[in-house]
Design a protein around this ligand. Structure first.
Ligand code: B1M
Length: 215
């Protein structure tokens, strides 16, 4: 009999959203915690990326695979609405930087931050710096969470921090950066306040930057 991992990998690689949703439900029903349930899905989408890089997968297939991945993610981390009695540890303005439409990892970061009591305003993907700066004021953001998945768009994290530096906002807004090509050295070099390699650690980092500890 095929293992759940094999079935999940096939569903993602075939871009079969219906099957991915069913397998995500099964994983949760079997008692796995959301982050454990998510693991084989993340492994599968990364495998899709490897196939793409090797030329064995083309863009339409990658798009189908990410559609199935997003559908599974929606089951594992359904959007958490903030109720009135929710603890709000701070307002996070999140988005993937300009020129970059990768959203899956950023969505995961947003879902976990929301689940841990942060108010998250998600600006989506391909977000121009102007919009981040404008919304930071409107939303009274405490923390900007900037995701970048392309080596060519990491530089947008730097230019946004440079612009923030020149504005009076810098004193009141912290910046956390992340995304597959980003690391701690890059974060430090561009003057970011924080960095996290994955969504779970992004929550820890957000608490640290807000000067709070997990409840
Ligand atoms: Co694209 N893509 N893609 N892609 N894609 C990558 C990133 C790539 C590594 C694939 C490869 O070649 N192996 C490669 C980048 C190479 C590079 O720059 N070094 C690549 C490329 C080249 C491209 C295009 C340029 C392809 C083309 O058009 N020729 C194009 C770019 C479009 C654009 O953005 N302008 C493109 C397009 C796409 C799709 C649209 C098809 C789709 C995205 C769909 C979507 O999100 N709306 C897609 C996908 C799915 C991928 C891969 C396969 C998977 C990304 C993903 O969702 N991973 C990816 C290969 C890979 O990652 N191995 C690839 C799963 C996700 C859970 O992980 O996003 O890393 P990740 O997020 C993690 C951490 O990074 C971290 O936490 C998350 C969870 O633990 N994290 C943060 C993320 N953001 C954070 C923020 C934080 C903290 C932590 O604080 C703020």
């Amino acid at each position: 009999m095929e293992s759940a991992e094999v079935k999940i990998r096939r569903a993602i690689l075939e871009g079969n959203a219906e099957q991915a949703v069913a397998l995500a439900k099964q994983a949760l029903d079997s008692g796995l915690k959301p982050l454990e349930a998510l693991e084989p899905f993340v492994a599968a989408i990364r495998h899709a990326g490897d196939l793409f890089e090797e030329g064995d997968f083309f863009l339409p297939e990658l798009l189908m695979a990410s559609g199935a991945m997003k559908a599974a993610l929606g089951v594992i981390f359904p959007a958490t609405e903030g109720g009135e009695d929710r603890p709000v540890h701070g307002t996070v303005l999140a988005g993937t930087v300009q020129g970059d439409i990768h959203e899956i990892g950023k969505n995961l970061v947003c879902a976990l931050l929301t689940a841990h009591g942060f108010k998250v305003v998600d600006l989506g993907g391909d977000v121009p710096s102007d919009k981040f700066l404008e919304q930071a004021v409107i939303q009274k953001a405490d923390l900007l969470a900037l995701s970048a998945l392309l080596t060519t768009t990491m530089i947008q994290q730097k230019s946004l921090i440079d612009r923030l530096q020149k504005s009076e906002l810098r004193d009141r807004v912290k910046v956390m950066v992340g995304g597959a090509p980003v690391n701690a050295a890059w974060a430090k070099s561009i003057g970011a306040d924080g960095y996290a390699p994955d969504a779970a650690r992004a929550v820890d980092e957000a608490f640290r930057l807000m000067g709070k500890s997990r409840a």
